[in-house]
Design a protein around this ligand. Structure first.
Ligand code: NAP
Length: 344
């Protein structure tokens, strides 16, 4: 049995789902993979939860939030470097802080710190990779470490596994995806006749939309995921500014309703296509009319989907995958298992 220390950054929805899932799957993972993941530290901006023993969900969370006051495991002022160095090489950082698409922080510093200390990385946050994908990938490679980011690229929908592993040897000629569950839910409800505002309100009431949904509905979450998928699978070196983005907030409900009457559907489509002139790729996120023959036509509600167009394998489409913290936690767990059973 191989025991792997985990440092978890962030103590929000995904972190909580991740610790819960680890507990649930513990014996299965031990039996199937001879691996055991021990959450040794939960890192917050102002200190860490750390006791020298693996932490369970009840030692990290209380009454719905992170448990700090009165927690015997709380170490005010302890930093993540205090965990990496004594533990030596071989652990894994599980990065679950907010995705800041402008600075990449705090994930960027945490990921660099982990890789420089000989720790692998599995991240659900997008910011660091949006800002510094090549630099982080080179750093990981130079250290012989894994940098996995399924959780940041549509999570439970296995976009990178397919693009990087299943399509090995094929030329990818284009990618189209519905990569944001919140905006897809709103568009589905608008097609049913709800106004944008009512659809958003309903998404909020189900916990699907964030209190501030702007990153989702303005298309930036889809753009970040598209960028990461393109940079990884097409080997591009593009930045977020290279993605042309328009969202769904200004879309008239009549446009979405008319599309349905004509047997079509409006989707916030993220696409990578070869430039018409010259070399390189054009990345775009915009509301797009799909007809019934399109492989993503039936992706409704919070579902996501992706189609890879290839030279030798035809078009390959995946749809589904849970769009919630548990789905993100499951994607992190998948990455961890694959790192430690040698499937980099
Ligand atoms: N929610 C999903 O379904 C989902 C799916 C896929 C990917 N993701 C990505 O996963 C990440 C986490 O999402 P979430 O829903 O768990 O977000 P969340 O509930 O807002 O949790 C973020 C956590 O990060 C903490 N944090 C902020 N700054 C920090 C710092 N400097 N050091 C350590 N911790 C810090 C926050 O602490 P405070 O509360 O004290 O500020 C909070 O506990 C995001 O990047 C998101 O884009 C989320």
């Amino acid at each position: 049995m191989k025991r792997i220390p985990i440092a978890l950054t962030g103590s929000g929805h995904v972190s909580r789902a991740f610790i819960t899932l680890l507990r649930e799957k513990e014996s299965d993972i031990e039996a199937r993979y001879e691996l055991r993941f021990d959450v040794m530290a939960v890192v917050r901006a102002e200190g860490c939860l750390f006791s020298g023993q693996p932490l369970g969900v009840n030692q990290v969370f209380k009454s719905g939030g992170p448990w700090i006051d009165g927690n015997p495991s709380w170490r005010q002022g302890m930093r993540i470097s205090d965990i990496f160095k004594p533990a030596g090489r071989g652990g894994c950082l599980v990065e679950c802080t907010p995705s800041d698409l402008k600075s990449g922080e705090p994930g960027l510093s945490y990921i660099i710190g982990a890789l420089e200390s000989g720790w692998n990385v599995a991240t659900a946050s997008k910011g660091a990779l949006v800002i510094a994908f090549r630099k982080l990938r080179s750093l990981a490679a130079s250290q012989g470490l894994a940098l996995k980011f399924s959780g940041a690229t549509a999570a439970a929908l296995p976009t990178l596994d397919v693009g990087l592993v299943s399509l090995a040897g094929a030329g990818i000629e284009g990618i189209q995806g519905i990569l944001n569950g919140t905006s897809n839910y709103i568009l589905t409800k608008m097609a049913d006749g709800l106004s944008y505002e009512d659809a958003l309100e309903e998404a909020r009431s189900w916990g699907i939309a964030e209190p501030d949904p702007s990153t989702d509905v303005e298309g930036w979450d889809s753009a970040a995921k598209l960028l990461l998928i393109a940079n990884a699978c097409l080997d591009t070196d593009l930045a977020l500014e290279d993605v042309k983005v328009s969202g769904i907030a200004d879309l008239p409900v009549s446009y979405v309703g008319e599309a349905r009457k004509e047997g079509k559907s409006v989707k916030l489509l993220a696409s990578a296509a070869p430039k018409k002139t010259g070399r390189g790729w054009r990345l775009e996120v915009r509301p797009t009319l799909l007809d019934m023959t399109h492989p993503l036509f039936h992706v409704n509600g919070t579902e996501k989907g992706i189609t890879f167009f290839t030279d030798t394998m035809g078009s390959v489409t995946l749809t589904g995958g849970r769009s919630n913290p548990r789905g993100a936690a499951a994607a992190l767990l998948k990455d961890l298992i694959n790192i430690y059973r040698g499937r980099l």
